[in-house]
Structure formats: structure tokens, C-alpha cells
Design a protein. Structure first.
Length: 146
């Protein structure tokens, strides 16, 4: 068994760009930056930023284009894919990108977040915010029905 799974949390480097395929399916693409902080051999703090190309399809692409803006935090879950094509001069070009299965809006200044876990165009958007109310009293394990 092989695994191709990616989890990224970063900030958008540009607004999502929405396009349509010849079939009519929507595709959004954008980049996100992730920064790694570490200490070098001399003990000095260093930062390294990596840029990741993200691709979304269908309803998720439309949601991303509508709500995401450059600088927004985002959590992306998907798979790595490398495409190749020949440019005008006949030189082979490559692009590695994350094809996202789902994404979640990052934490805003208010501390809340919403998600888009839309697996395909027929699914419902689960991006509404929900709050969980926990009981004040202790829960007796004997009261749990399972």
C-alpha cells in the first residue's frame, strides 16, 4: 500500500484564481506559504519559507474564490501531484501541486474558524460555524447509551 497524503497550514500568497475546464467544472488555484523556524549550528534563529501550489475543484473552488484572500490562514488536506507539459519552445515543464480534498479556513482574529469539507459537487457545504455546549455537571459513564 502506498500513501500520498498532505496536510498544510499556512497563509495565502495570492487570491484564488477561478477558471473553468472545457467540461464546465470549476478549478481554483492559489499558493500558500509555510514557514519553518529553527536554530542554526550557531544557535541563531532562522526562518525558511516554502511555497505550495494548491488546486481545488468543483464547489470547493467556488467557495475558495469567494471567501479566501491573500494573507488568510488556511488548513489544506489533499495529495501531491506533478504535472508536465511542453512550453512554446518545446521544453518540458513541471509543476508540483497539492490537489486538495478539503480545506478549512484558518483562525481569524476572533478565534473562530469554518471549514469546507465538500468532497464533490453533490455534497452539502459544511462551512457553517457551530458551537458545542458542554454540560456543567459531571457525566456519569453509566448514563452513556453505548
Amino acid at each position: 500500500m502506498y500513501i500520498n497524503k498532505v496536510f498544510l497550514y499556512g497563509n495565502l500568497g495570492r487570491d484564488p484564481e477561478l477558471r473553468a475546464l472545457p467540461s464546465g467544472a470549476k478549478v481554483a488555484s492559489f499558493s500558500i506559504a509555510t514557514t519553518r523556524v529553527y536554530k542554526d549550528k550557531d544557535g541563531n534563529k532562522q526562518e525558511q519559507t516554502d511555497w505550495h501550489n494548491i488546486v481545488l475543484f468543483g464547489r470547493q473552488a467556488e467557495i475558495a474564490e469567494q471567501y479566501l484572500k491573500k494573507g488568510n490562514a488556511i488548513f489544506v488536506e489533499g495529495r501531491m501531484q506533478t504535472r508536465s507539459w511542453e512550453d512554446k519552445d518545446g521544453k518540458k515543464q513541471y509543476r508540483t501541486e497539492v490537489v486538495a480534498d478539503r480545506f478549512q479556513f484558518g483562525t481569524s482574529s476572533g478565534g473562530s474558524s469554518a471549514s469546507s469539507n465538500v468532497p464533490d459537487d453533490n455534497a452539502q457545504n459544511q462551512g457553517s460555524e457551530q458551537s458545542i455546549e458542554y454540560p456543567q455537571e459531571e457525566i456519569n459513564p453509566d448514563d452513556i447509551p453505548f
